[in-house]
Design a protein around this ligand. Structure first.
Ligand code: XIL
Length: 353
């Protein structure tokens, strides 16, 4: 049996041949391009021309990184702070990009005051106020909303249910129906998607999460909930292989339900990958390649976004800091905005017919 290290090395070494073969076949058709996007951090957007330049050069879409979280939007119950969302929208509009909405309902990034919510009626009232206010502000502008983010809990053995949250606690599992219906009322033309992570690798944990997400999606569709698509976050755990068949089958099932499929937050967690940069970058690219190949085998996604554009600004060290102290390299461009092999992979798939 291959050791983990040998398997990882194999993934990196095979990449170069695979990419060369792919590039020879790739045909460029601008009208058929899968839109590429990245999440946007407001500080460098305002302070760093190079950061703005990279977004302008490469992105057709942008997602505010944290400006539409509850805790940013609503520091107090009554105040709404739209400055971040508005700034990213202005940037998007000035550059003919679309802005995606992330996110209306999430268990995390909740402001302190929401701990005071103490009844189902109050929870429903706040949810409705929030969704109506935020979605209508961007009606016709944000064309895709990540309505419910990360609804699936960490599996217990082979089974995963819904993740505990304020919403599940007070409203039960129908909180998801309610959120989608409210968003649809506030902007009937918006595409509404559900978004989750850890569905792409080999292992029981990932299989359980895929099954749970597919079951949830089927139930929502059966109940006539206005759900239009599914977002695969794609925070790929670089130490594991991609479950190519598992991902393809999952995406094919979503497609057969009439849903669009989006890659919403791609990056590769390089916490446990070897230190040398050329090797690490090749392995990161190889993982993303395998994941995207599995997705594209079943459908062309509606969009492909990474969670950041440059290794200079990534959430990764918050959760997945390397033990050797080296900076993480999860994204398509390095700290100096030079393209990495991951960019070759993304660009290849976005152009692919
Ligand atoms: C990260 C962000 O990049 C940070 O700014 C935030 O404070 C914490 O989380 N899944 C998601 C994203 O849907 O919103 C998360 O973003 C990464 C995991």
């Amino acid at each position: 049996m291959l050791s983990r290290r040998q398997a990882l090395l194999g993934a990196g070494a095979g990449l170069i041949g695979t990419l060369a073969a792919h590039n020879a076949k790739a045909t460029v058709r601008a009208d058929r391009r899968v839109p590429y996007g990245a999440c946007v951090n407001i500080k460098p957007l305002q302070d760093e021309p190079e950061y703005r330049g990279a977004l302008e050069t490469y992105c057709q879409q942008v997602t505010p990184e944290y400006g539409l979280y509850w805790d940013y939007l609503r520091p107090t119950r009554d105040a709404f702070n739209f400055d971040y969302g508005d700034a990213v929208l202005a940037f998007a509009e000035a550059n003919e990009m679309l802005m995606r909405g992330h996110t209306l309902v999430w268990y995390a990034a909740m402001p302190e005051w929401t701990k005071q919510i103490s009844s189902a009626a109050e929870a429903e009232r706040e949810l409705a106020t929030h969704i109506q206010r935020v979605v209508s502000r961007y009606r016709g502008k944000i064309k895709t909303w990540h309505v419910v983010n990360e609804p699936i809990e960490e599996p217990k053995g082979k089974v995963a249910g819904l993740r505990p949250s304020l919403w599940l606690h007070y409203l039960g599992d129908r909180y998801i129906d309610t959120a989608f219906r409210l968003a649809h009322e506030a902007d009937p033309s918006a595409e509404l998607i559900i978004n989750d992570y850890d569905i792409e690798c080999v292992g029981e944990n990932f299989a359980a999460r895929r099954r749970a997400l597919a079951t949830l999606v089927r139930d929502l569709r059966d109940r006539g909930v206005p759900l239009h698509g599914v977002g695969l976050q794609g925070h790929i755990q670089g130490k594991y292989q991609i479950d190519v068949a598992g991902v393809s089958d999952f995406v094919a099932e979503m497609k057969s339900l009439g849903l669009s499929v989006h890659v919403t937050e791609l990056d590769v967690i390089d916490e446990d990958l070897p230190a040398p940069i050329p090797l690490r970058d090749a392995m990161v690219a190889a993982r993303a390649h395998d994941f995207l190949e599995a997705v594209f085998a079943a459908t062309r996604p509606a969009a492909l976004a990474t969670w950041g554009i440059t290794d200079r600004y990534t959430w990764m060290p918050m959760w997945f800091k390397r033990r050797d102290g080296l900076p993480n390299r999860p994204l398509p461009f390095d700290r100096d905005y030079q393209p990495k092999p991951l960019w070759t992979v993304i660009d290849y798939f976005c152009r692919k017919d």
